[in-house]
Design a protein around this ligand. Structure first.
Ligand code: FES
Length: 384
């Protein structure tokens, strides 16, 4: 019996609840962005979860303590049961986010989502002008539709939250992008430099900006931010820098199996949206309840805690801040997900990052060299 008054030691490996649930409703999408984070072989995914199966996932997640819910894809709007799922989620008490390209959205759908209780909508753009936007999206009508839907979202009383993925083909447009957002009356603008997973990793050489481009873009954002402050504008600019130009890795997902739970369209449960590329068996909500998936499955326990860490992470005094970085990035860059994230300058594989930076300094390829994310191209990546 413990008679001391010292607090009971907390087991650092004991997982808390999955506070953030990402429901990837479908891999279907009308756009073909070459930086999509969906798996390369998405076109061979088995049948999507039914409405009832999704409702069961939402209920189980909420019972375990999940509070934030994202609906994403692919394009979640292609699911006809989206209003029903939003209503169920809201009734369960989730804070609900819809992450959409805006393609397939209508004024009537925005109204239906508001009626169902949706809390938040984020619309993604590819560029500040229709030519580049539509060329990157692989769709001739995308830009006009996005403009109309960004306005419809705001008119329905939501904050206007816009997301731009930044890469070497649109990084010169930073000022135009911010001006467009200001003109539209955006409330929050995420300028997220491309992260290299899925299709973006495959296209990295054609997408990654040079350091010079990046520094200039960041300066432009800082200047624009000051001007917004000076004029009393409420628009907030969030600039997300790319891992590949950092010297320390990000605390990916805030730690493996720590907060984030992703359910893929076919019911595969993942600790992050990219993890199905790893050589790990992940459980499926069709076979197992969410509680046992989260707490007991080998897939979710694989990189919890720090006993899995090799050197230099194991003895690093920063390991509690970054958890060894990103497992998917370690796998993509070294072929072994156990390795330290090569973004870290202490990693023995940091040369892979330096080589990517060097390639970005000398890259000349245009958009036509990119592999677009569509079912035909996906079939090229089918395994076996
Ligand atoms: Fe999978 Fe970082 S994206 S662990």
């Amino acid at each position: 019996m413990n008679t001391s008054h010292a607090p009971t030691p907390v087991n650092p490996h004991k997982a808390g609840p999955p506070l953030w649930l990402l429901a990837e409703l479908t891999y279907r999408c009308p756009l073909q962005c070459p930086y999509c984070s969906n798996p390369l072989d998405f076109a061979q995914t088995e049948r999507e979860l039914s409405t009832d199966e999704w409702v069961s996932v939402l209920r189980q997640g909420r019972a375990m303590g999940a509070a934030q819910l994202g609906f994403s894809g692919g394009e979640p709007l292609v699911r006809q049961d989206l209003p029903e799922l939003i209503a169920e989620a809201r009734q369960l008490g989730y804070y609900t986010n819809l992450i959409t390209s805006g393609l397939g959205l209508t004024d009537a759908k925005v109204a239906a989502f508001a009626e169902a209780g949706l809390d938040h909508i984020q619309v993604s753009f590819q560029a500040s002008d229709p030519e580049l936007n539509n060329a990157v999206a692989g769709s001739r009508k995308a830009f006009d539709q996005k403009l109309a839907m960004a306005r419809a979202v705001k008119a329905a009383g939501y904050p206007m939250v816009l997301n731009f993925v930044i890469h070497r083909h649109n990084i010169h447009q930073m000022n135009d992008i911010m001006a467009l957002c200001e003109h539209l009356g955006a409330d929050y603008v995420e300028l997220a430099t491309c992260q290299y997973y899925g299709w973006a990793f495959e296209n990295r050489e054609g997408l990654m900006p040079s350091k010079t481009q990046l520094v200039q873009a960041e300066q432009e954002v800082n200047v624009y931010r000051k001007r917004l402050d000076a004029t009393g504008s409420a628009m907030k600019l969030i600039f997300v820098t790319p891992d590949y130009y950092e010297e320390r890795p990000k605390a990916c997902m805030n730690g493996w199996g720590n907060l984030f739970l992703t359910i893929a369209p076919d019911g595969t449960a993942l600790p992050c949206h990219s993890a199905r590329l790893l050589p790990i068996d992940f459980p499926n909500v069709r076979d197992q309840d969410l509680q046992s998936i989260w707490y007991d499955s080998p897939g979710f326990n694989h990189y919890r805690g720090d006993s899995w860490m090799p050197e230099p992470c194991r003895s690093c005094d920063e390991k509690q801040q970054d958890f060894g970085g990103c497992r998917c990035q370690a796998y993509l860059l070294t072929g072994n997900a156990d390795n330290a994230d090569p973004v870290c300058s202490k990693s023995p594989h940091h040369d892979r990052i330096l080589a990517a930076r060097n390639a970005a300094d000398h890259a000349t390829a245009g958009l036509t060299g990119l592999i677009y994310r569509n079912a035909d191209n996906s079939r090229l990546f089918f395994r076996g």
